[in-house]
Design a protein around this ligand. Structure first.
Ligand SMILES: Nc1[nH]c(=O)nc2c1ncn2[C@H]1C[C@H](O)[C@@H](COP(=O)(O)OP(=O)(O)OP(=O)(O)O)O1
Length: 178
């Protein structure tokens, strides 16, 4: 059974951890976008804020009155300087006790227009799809990024606890569309 906050029919692919799922909080919406081309994936090295020094897709908060896909396109342009025909790939619930739940809609694209640039927030870098730097990414990305690469819709939840400046993964659940 999927954890609280994940709705619909999903087939479990990965789960683990021992703590209870953390309690319900208000939800805030975010986006995350990945570009895939010629068996390579474009990631950004985050230069500031939450997730600093990790590689990630490009994204951020959905503004009031903005659609999720419009937010994803805006963030991709702001953080990497490019536009792309984004397709929804999956959703991830990122939970830290005491914070709003982050509901992240994750997008993918295989083409783009414009020139990739470094922004104040992100330093873009292409990686071979077989050499994704999972050890330097959020801990559950290793479970769902292969589904994103395979174009298989997915949903997941990752509960972390903040210890000092680190986020420690406590419990996770990832499923793919049945
Ligand atoms: N790939 C990922 N895997 C994961 O497990 N959690 C992620 C994630 N990318 C982002 N998160 C979490 C961390 C954070 O709580 C939330 C939003 O992170 P972002 O880096 O997108 O947001 P920002 O705070 O930088 O937003 P903006 O200031 O609007 O750019 O989602």
């Amino acid at each position: 059974m999927p954890p609280p906050g994940i709705f619909g029919d999903w087939e479990l692919t990965h789960t683990g951890g021992t703590s209870d799922w953390f309690p319900v909080e208000e939800t805030r919406y975010y986006t995350n976008a990945f570009l895939i081309q010629n068996a390579k994936i474009l990631l950004g090295y985050k230069k500031r804020g939450l997730g600093i020094h990790k590689y990630n897709g490009f994204g951020g908060k959905v503004e009031p009155d903005e659609s999720t896909v419009a937010a994803a396109a805006r963030e991709l342009l702001e953080e990497a300087g490019i536009s792309a025909p984004l397709e929804h790939a999956g959703t991830l619930l990122f939970v830290v006790p005491g914070n709003k739940w982050a509901h992240i809609d994750i997008f993918r694209a295989e083409e783009y227009s414009g020139t990739i640039i470094e922004s104040d927030e992100m330093r873009p870098e292409w990686f071979d799809a077989s050499q994704i730097p999972f050890d330097n990414m959020w801990d559950t990305d290793r479970y769902w990024l292969p589904l994103l690469l395979a174009k298989h819709p997915f949903a997941g939840r990752a509960d972390f606890e903040k210890e000092g400046d680190s986020y420690i993964l406590k419990r996770w659940w990832i499923g793919k569309k049945t």
